[in-house]
Design a protein around this ligand. Structure first.
Ligand SMILES: CC(C)(COP(=O)(O)OP(=O)(O)OC[C@H]1O[C@@H](n2cnc3c(N)ncnc32)[C@H](O)[C@@H]1OP(=O)(O)O)[C@@H](O)C(=O)NCCC(=O)NCCS
Length: 272
């Protein structure tokens, strides 16, 4: 959806359990103070439902990668915090209100983006497992991810995405994405997926991205051979797999992913 004029009304939110707020970075200069939503509060129930419907819409519903409500509570809200942007109802395009199933009598904020990342066994490392935006092509997902990583105090991030997913363009803005697992043996879309890890920019740089002042963090390009391939080129996947199996390392680097006439192009560095 293409509604650039709404940018001034994007309002940041953080959704978590009340006790978690004291563990989050809340002193962030974002232009607007993030609205704190406690999952304990009955008044936030409809917001949470709309947020989950938005996630379902973005990820192909419950039969694909839409997040079940219990996962949203158990894995995103309780051990961590969901963060993103929302709009006052009066600024939400009618079409989006319909897509999100917003009731006529709901007059609260409507979430338009979200990022979830939960803490891992390595302190400072977060596993990012959901990013969506309903107003695409205006930096909303990029700003959302930056804001959420800043709130969580993340130093490093691990995640899974697909070679055909335009979100690679968003993730690669935060750092060179090292491929840790090529085509993980278990995933809803195992054949298309890869597990990546990146070093998160420091907080000042993250906040510049979160405010929309810059699009990229200071991405350091690893040493090695530059290479690009189409996402469905099996020979290329074979080469990548062999390189990794032989102890080599591989990173996606900016621009990371581009739609071309022949398919989606992936930009990498192969190194040691
Ligand atoms: C992928 C997604 C998060 C991007 O959201 P967004 O708000 O458009 O992201 P941004 O505006 O920050 O986009 C960053 C870049 O990606 C580009 N981009 C985003 N969606 C694109 C698409 N469908 N096709 C081509 N480019 C796209 C933007 O144009 C921008 O690049 P540019 O500035 O060089 O033009 C959003 O489309 C979405 O919610 N998708 C469904 C859920 C999903 O797959 N999430 C990713 C899980 S890993």
């Amino acid at each position: 959806m293409n509604y650039p004029q709404l940018k001034d009304h994007w309002t940041p939110y953080i959704l978590t359990m009340g006790d978690n707020y004291k563990r989050l970075n809340l002193d962030l200069d974002l232009g607007k103070a993030p609205v704190q939503l406690r999952v304990e509060d009955e008044e936030n129930a409809e917001f949470c439902s709309i947020l989950n419907r938005g996630n379902q819409l973005a990820f192909g519903g419950p039969k694909d990668m839409g997040m079940p409500l219990w996962v949203m509570l158990d894995c995103a809200i309780l051990p961590s915090a969901m963060a993103g942007f929302m709009l006052p109802r009066e600024y939400v395009p009618t079409e989006l209100l319909q897509d999100l199933g917003v009731d006529d009598d709901y007059d609260g904020y409507v979430p338009i983006s979200e990022y979830c990342a939960c803490p891992t066994l390595e302190p400072g490392t977060f596993s990012g497992f959901s990013l969506h935006s309903h107003i695409t092509g205006h930096g909303l997902a990029t700003r959302t991810k930056a804001f959420a990583l800043a709130v969580l105090g993340a130093k490093r991030q691990i995640g899974v995405t697909q070679f055909d997913n335009p979100a690679i363009r968003v993730h690669v803005r935060f750092g060179a994405m090292e491929i840790k697992i090529h085509r993980p043996i278990i995933h809803t879309h195992s054949e298309d997926s890869f597990v990546y890890q990146l070093d998160v920019p420091e907080i000042g740089e993250l906040m510049k991205i979160a405010r929309g002042e810059v699009e990229f963090g200071p991405v350091e390009i690893p040493k090695g051979q530059r290479w690009s391939f189409l996402h469905d080129d099996e020979l290329a996947h074979g080469r990548l797999r062999e390189h990794l199996a032989n102890g080599g390392r591989a990173w996606l680097i900016p621009p990371g992913w581009r739609a071309t006439e022949r398919g989606f192009k992936i930009y990498m560095v192969l190194g040691e």
